[in-house]
Design a protein around this ligand. Structure first.
Ligand code: SF4
Ligand code: SF4
Length: 78
């Protein structure tokens, strides 16, 4: 009999922007209400603002005509 308590799980998404596909059209920046994506004026490229974990609403992946954004589900223990 398993007596180990089940840890609470928390689902989030790891986001990546494929630099070889991104055309810096900025559409993903406009649709992200969480402001996770920005345009870096120094690097002249679209990048994640901080970290790489987000809520995974998928607005950015749907608006990207170049399929440059990838979301992978990740599960964290609370
Ligand atoms: S929508 Fe796609 S191509 Fe446009 S900036 Fe975002 S990741 Fe790059
Ligand atoms: S999945 Fe949603 S919250 Fe996450 S970066 Fe894309 S638009 Fe923003």
């Amino acid at each position: 009999m398993n007596t180990v308590a089940q840890a609470k799980k928390h689902l989030a998404y790891r986001i990546r922007i494929k630099s070889d596909k991104c055309q810096s059209c900025k559409k993903c920046i406009v649709v992200c209400s969480k402001q996770y994506i920005i345009f870096d004026e120094k690097l002249k490229k679209t990048r994640l603002k901080r970290g790489s974990i987000c809520v995974g609403c998928n607005k950015c992946t749907k608006v990207c005509a170049y399929r440059a954004i990838v979301l992978d589900p990740v599960i964290f223990d609370e």
